[in-house]
Design a protein. Structure first.
Length: 147
């Protein structure tokens, strides 16, 4: 068995672009930025940003174009696909995530998508600003574990 699955949660870097295929099907494309903060070997903090190209088809493409905009957060599940074409004699490549599911993230301002269109129920948790992880003071009782 082979698995091709991608899951990203981040913010849109540009407004979604809705187009129609020659068959009449709708396709929406946008880009999502994800970041990762880590500590280098010398102890300094560093941040790394990745940009992901997302492609959505059908009715979900129309919904994404209607409710998402630059800066919106979204969770995307799909499969990785690399397209290739030739431009001026040079082979070009583009890697994209073909979305199966798009869930809209929380909105910071009022208004927005109806509750049926929004699938994320709570805001993402933010990591503490300190260097150390703040664990709860309570102990776990092994008798409370169900297995």
């Amino acid at each position: 068995m082979y698995i091709n699955k991608a899951m990203v949660f981040g913010n849109l870097t540009r407004d979604p672009e809705l187009r129609a295929l020659p068959s009449g099907a709708q396709v929406c494309s946008f880009s999502i930025a994800t970041n990762r903060t880590y500590k280098k070997t010398d102890g300094t903090k560093a941040e790394e940003v990745e940009f992901h190209n997302i492609v959505v088809f059908g009715r979900q493409a129309e919904t994404c174009a209607q409710y998402l905009k630059k800066g919106s957060s979204a969770y995307v599940e799909g499969r990785i696909k690399t397209r290739s074409w030739e431009k001026e004699g040079v082979k070009q490549y583009k890697t994209e995530i073909n979305a199966d599911t798009v869930q809209f993230g929380p909105r910071s301002s009022g208004g927005g998508a109806p509750s049926a269109a929004r699938d994320v129920s709570e805001a993402p948790q933010v990591a503490p600003k300190e260097d150390a992880i703040d664990y709860p003071a309570e102990d776990i009782n092994p008798d409370d574990i169900p297995f």
